[in-house]
Design a protein around this ligand. Sequence first.
Ligand SMILES: NC(=O)c1ccc[n+]([C@@H]2O[C@H](COP(=O)([O-])OP(=O)(O)OC[C@H]3O[C@@H](n4cnc5c(N)ncnc54)[C@H](OP(=O)(O)O)[C@@H]3O)[C@@H](O)[C@H]2O)c1
Length: 497
Amino acid sequence: MMEFNRVQFLQNKTILVTGATGFLAKVFVEKILRVQPNVRKLYLVVRASDNEAAMKRLRAEVFEKDLFKVLRENIGEENLNTLLSEKVVPVAGDISTDNFGVKDSNLRERMQKEIDIVVNVAATTNFDERYDIGLGINTFGALNVLNFAKKCVKAQLLLHVSTAYVCGEKSGLLSERPFAMEEIRNDDGHQLDINFEMELMKRKLKELHEQDCSDEDITLSMKELGMERAKLYGWPNTYVFTKSMGEMLIGNHRESLPLVIIRPTMITSTHSEPFPGWIEGLRTVDSVIVAYGKGVLKCFLVDVNSVCDMIPVDMVANAMITATATHAGGSGVHMVYHVGSSHQNPVTFGEIHEISVRYFTKNPLRSRSGSPIAVSKVRLISNMALFSLYMTLRFRLPLQLLKLIDIIYPWRSGDKYGDKNRKINMVMRLVELYEPYVLFKGIFEDRNTKSLCASQKEDETKNSKGSMFDFDPKGINWGDYLTSVHIPGLITHVLKK
Ligand SMILES: NC(=O)c1ccc[n+]([C@@H]2O[C@H](COP(=O)([O-])OP(=O)(O)OC[C@H]3O[C@@H](n4cnc5c(N)ncnc54)[C@H](OP(=O)(O)O)[C@@H]3O)[C@@H](O)[C@H]2O)c1
C-alpha cells in the first residue's frame, strides 16, 4: 500500500459528500474541516428545494451542532463562518435521481470539472423501508452517484459507505470481499436480477395505483414487497438487501474508477474526537440501552453469547479518510473494508447488559417527577417462540407496552390508547426486525482494515503526528467506553438530560 500523510492528501482536494445531514457524514465532514482547513472545496449534497435551503439545513443540522464546538472553540466563530463560506458548497440534490437532479448546468459542469473524490454516505436506513424507496436510494441511488463520479474528469475514487450486515444472516467468519452477483440465487436456483427487481416493484406500484389504494395501503404493500424479496434471496430485511444490490451494481459498473466500499458494523458515539461521547439519534443497541435505563425494558430477545459488533463513529470517519488517501488514483481498485470490532475486540450482548445494569444502578435516570428510576436485571430470552409467549403473558397492561413502544420505536407510537393487540403486534414486528442482529452468529473478518490500520500507524509514527486517524478497535476498552463515554453521551446528546 502506498504511504501518504492523510492530512497532506486532503489539502487542495475537492470532495463531494452525500448524506451530510446524517450522523456519520457530519462526523466525516467535521474531521476534514478541523484537520485540513486547506481542503479545496466540499460539495455537500442535501435534499432541499434549492441551494439556499440546502445551506440552511446544513447550518441547522450540521454546523450548529455540538459536534462542531471544538472546531468553533479552536478557530473562533468568525473564522469558522469564513471557513464554511469559503469551503462548503451546498448542493440541493437527491441521489435517487440522475445527476442528483441538479438542474443548474453551470453548477453541474463546475462540479464535474473540480471534484477529486466522491463519498456516498446517503442511504435510507429503515430496516423495513418501502421497496420503491429502498431501491431508489440504496440500490439505484448508489449507481447514480457512481455515474456522476464517472463524469467527474478528475475523479480519483468513489468511496461508498455500505453496511457490514450486507452479509445477511450468515454465521462464522464473514469475508471482506466484494459481492459476486452470479453467486446470489434464491432457493429455486434463480439468479438475482436487479433490473427485474426494479421492474417488479414498478409493476406492483402501478397495480396499486390502478386499484386506487390509499397511501397507507400502498406504503404497507411496498414494505411487504421489500421484505418478501429480501427474504427470497436470503437477506433479513429490505435495508440490507437494497444496500447489497447497491454494492453489486456499483461493483459491476465501476469500469476504471477506483472503488472503495466501507462496511461499518453498528456505529456508536465518538470514542475520542472531536470529543468523546457525541452521538445523534437512537439506533439498534442504543434504543435498548435507553429503554432499559428508563425502566421499561423487562424482557428482551437476545443471545447473551452473541457478539454485538459496535464501532465508534469517529473511527469509521478515520477509516474512510485513510482508505481514501490510500486508494485514490489506484488502478483497478475494488476494495472492501469491514470497519467493526467483532474480530479483534469482541464484546457480547451479555457483557453490555451487565455494564448497563451496573451503570444505571449507580447513575439512575430520573423520572419526570425527579425521582430515580430503579432498574433490575432484564429477563433475556434467546428464543423467538419463548419470547413471543412471554410477551403475550407479560404485557397485560397496555400502558407498559405503550411506554416501551414510545421509547424504542418512537415514530410508531401513534395514538396512546389504541387497541392492545395492535401494539403487541407492533412490538413483535420490531423484535422480528431486530432478531437477526440480537441472535447474530457472525464475526466480520477485517484483514483489509487491519492492514490499512497498520500502514496508517506506521505512517503516523514516521511523521511523529500521534494518532490522528485512529481506527484500531483493539484500543477500545468496552467497559470504560460504555460507562464513561457512550452511555453518558446518549444521556447528554440524545436524551438531552
Ligand atoms: N448508523 C449505523 O449504525 C450504520 C451502520 C452501518 C452502516 N451505516 C451506513 O452508513 C451510512 C450513514 O448512516 P447514518 O447512520 O449516518 O444515516 P442517517 O443518519 O440516517 O443519514 C442518512 C443521510 O442520507 C441522506 N439521504 C437519504 N436519502 C437521500 C437521497 N435520496 N438523496 C440525498 N440524500 C439522502 C439523509 O438525508 P435527509 O436528512 O434528507 O433524510 C441523511 O443525510 C449509510 O449508508 C448507512 O447504510 C450506518
